[in-house]
Each structure stands twice: as structure tokens, then as C-alpha cells.
Unconditional design. Sequence first.
Length: 180
Amino acid sequence: MRMTSNGFILRPAGIAAACALIAAMAYPSAHADSTVYKCVDKNGRVEFTDINKSGCKPLDLPGYIPAPPQAARPSPAPAAAMRQGAARPPAASPSNFPRVDTSTQRARDDDRREILNEELRAEEKKLADLRAVFNNGEPERQGNEKNYAKYQERVASMRDDIARAEKNIEALKREIANIR
């Protein structure tokens, strides 16, 4: 920590933020699209942000040219419709977009399927190995686990690894099923 001449305490993160702000102001083409606010919380910590919160004051930055006000913003209706499960409109390909013939695409799909099948086999083997070591929730204690908490931590980690491997297998199976 370092105390500045005006009484502010700068922590390493604050120093980095201040340096970034100074660098952004010094670089001529680095103009933000919004106002920068200087916020001081009840503990006296200083934060620079583009969000106006209580206790924030807009900064008058030399050389800053605010973005012109935008015209009416597009309605969020298309995004909301997408979240509700509406079908996406088909993406139009440019006329000069390269086309792939059917046999080439089939070969690519076959290669992809084989790669995913290899990953699936490796993940299934990993899961089988993890389950063997896990021993139905009672793996053998290791010599460095005289403390029962360490043993419990390793068992919890093993459960997480098994759950992750199971999710990976499910995802790989879904991906393989999606290949035409």
C-alpha cells in the first residue's frame, strides 16, 4: 500500500487501475464510449468505473470526446425471442462463400465422429479407473493421510472427478448423436 499526497491509499490493484486509466487518457485513440466516474466508498476506497453509483462523480478527462447520443436503440425483442426458444432465422451465406461437396463433408463428419469416439473411449477408461480407485466411496487411505480431514478432502475430490468424467461422457455422446 502507498499513501498519496492527497490522502488516498493506493493498493496494488488501485495502482494498476490508476496506471491503466492514465495510459488510456494518454493514448489518443483510446476514447471510451461512456462517461468515467470516480467513486469513493464509505471506507475511502477509490474506484474508477463507467457505472454511475451512489458516491460517484463524473470525471472531466482532458481530450475526452464523448460519443454522440445514439438514436433509438433496437428493441430487445429478437434476443428475448431467442431465449424463449424461438427458431433462429437461417443465416444467409454470401454468394462467394465456398461450397463443400457432399462426399467431402461426409468424410469430414466421419473424421469428426472417429475423433469423438476416441475421446469417448478415453473418457470411459478414465471413469472406470476413477471408480476402481474410489472403491464405492471408501478408497484406501494413503500414508500421508493420518489426518482424517485430508482423507475426506481426497474422497470429495475423487467424487468431483467422477462426476466431471460422467458429464464429459454424456456431452461426447450428445455430440456424436448430433453428427449427421
